[in-house]
Write a protein of this length. Structure first.
Length: 427
């Protein structure tokens, strides 16, 4: 057993309260269990209890053994002086606050339903990739849907937080945070570290000053990425001359070319092509953050990301190498990828920054419009009978798996709560 089980038992008060008393024999009545605290300090805050004739309000700390209080050094920690009740599985020793006063203890061992303990252990010891797989069919669809929606919202908040970090690090500038997020997105996993490096080494204020001039923008991006060092044709030489001028003007240090990955990649995805597409996008949309707020339906976002590239990149994948087929710029699935990994996190960040739920709903709505193939996470839930229909479902499954199922965090999951409740004998 781990503490998460006791947190769950306390939070839902799933224990026998007959003649409930502290280990000192003081009758105990729980008036409010308190709010679960995920930050430092006691596990539940603002609980209200009646001990004997006296009403107490304060925190509740939960441990498997009472002696864990001392093992965790709470007797020296002022944050734990507000604890009015120590909830334990086994009361093996009295515990003290920093001033030497005794903390009232209640022992739950013998008061918890055996069916619940057994179900908890089944979940914890499961060898299934989704630990609750054997129970899954017994959970009502509405509970699964609600939990997946919660997992989706939490995932978007997490992705939004990454954008917010960029926003703060760039002095609370949304356009710079968008530039940073856009470049990350253009890495499409394989070249993400290189694109991030590029975002750091090529300041946005420099890009902004040359956004109106596509050749200069290409020179900045491709030169800074290290692709103009050996100019291989007349166009590359023209960009190199531009870049040399701008490099000196802004004291830029180009990246080593070896940071870019071309291996096992279709030419249409080469980083040179991506940089040309990025230049086209930055050239066409000079206030991208504002445009992302206004774009509307998913098609508009796709069109926004599919900005035209310069004539040279309609026929080339690399400098000096003309392609047989004609490149059409960013493909639909890449544009959708940018909707998922750039537009949605930016909307989620702005929603969180402004505490605006309608903006978050807009981000969710966008994801629901993107038809996306199942991924390896989604397929695990699909094997249990659930069906994913959109990028929103894929993101929800990913969030559920990473935050809950993989770490077997079933006690904080609404599906796990249903399973526990169903397997509880009447108290
Ligand atoms: S976290 Fe929830 S969905 Fe995942 S295995 Fe546990 S109970 Fe099932």
């Amino acid at each position: 057993m781990k503490e998460d089980f006791l947190h769950y038992i306390w939070q839902h008060q799933y224990f026998d309260k007959t003649a409930l008393a502290t280990t000192d024999g003081e009758p105990l009545q729980v008036l409010r269990v308190g709010f679960y605290n995920t930050d430092a300090g006691p596990d539940f805050k603002e609980a209200i209890l009646r001990l004997g004739e006296v009403e107490w309000s304060g925190s509740v700390e939960v441990h498997l053994k009472a002696s864990d209080w001392h093992r965790h050094q709470h007797q020296h920690d002022l944050k734990y002086d507000q604890v009015v009740l120590h909830v334990v599985w086994q009361a093996d020793q009295p515990v003290l606050r920093t001033d030497g006063s005794t903390v009232p203890v209640v022992e739950l061992q013998g008061r918890v339903d055996l069916g619940m303990i057994h179900t908890y252990e089944q979940l914890q010891q499961s060898k299934n990739e989704i630990p609750c797989a054997p129970f899954w069919p017994s959970v009502p669809e509405v509970n699964k849907a609600l939990m997946l929606e919660r997992a989706l919202v939490e995932r978007l908040e997490e992705k939004g937080e990454e954008v917010l970090q960029a926003y703060r690090s760039y002095g609370n500038d949304w356009e710079q945070a968008t530039y940073h997020t856009l470049l990350r997105g253009f890495g499409f996993k394989i070249n993400q570290p290189a694109f991030e490096q590029l975002a750091k080494s090529l300041p946005f204020h420099v890009v902004r000053r040359h956004q109106h001039n596509l050749p200069q923008l290409e020179a900045l991006l491709l030169g800074q990425a290290g692709f103009l060092a050996d100019a291989e044709d007349a166009y590359a030489q023209q960009l190199q001359r531009e870049y040399t001028f701008l490099q000196h003007k802004y004291k830029l240090q180009p990246m080593p070319r070896h940071q870019w990955n071309f291996l096992r990649m279709r030419p249409a995805n080469f980083p040179t092509v991506r940089l040309a597409q990025l230049a086209g996008l930055l050239h066409q949309h000079q206030s991208l953050f504002t445009k992302l707020q206004e774009a509307g339906a998913v098609k508009k976002y796709e069109q926004l990301f599919q900005a035209p590239v310069s004539d040279y990149w309609l026929k080339h994948y690399m400098f000096g190498r003309e392609s047989k087929g004609i490149s059409r710029g960013l493909g639909k699935s890449s544009a959708q990828n940018l909707v998922i990994n750039v537009a949605v996190p930016i909307l989620a960040a702005y929603a969180s920054h402004n505490s605006d739920r309608t903006l978050l709903d807009k981000a969710i709505n966008l994801l629901e419009q993107v038809r996306e193939a199942s991924n390896k996470y989604t397929r695990q839930y699909e094997a249990l009978g659930w069906q994913a229909n959109s990028a929103a479902d894929n993101q929800a499954a990913l969030g559920l798996y990473k935050r809950y199922c993989h770490p077997v965090n079933c006690m904080r999951c609404a599906i796990g709560n249903q399973i526990m409740k169903k397997n509880k004998a009447a108290l």
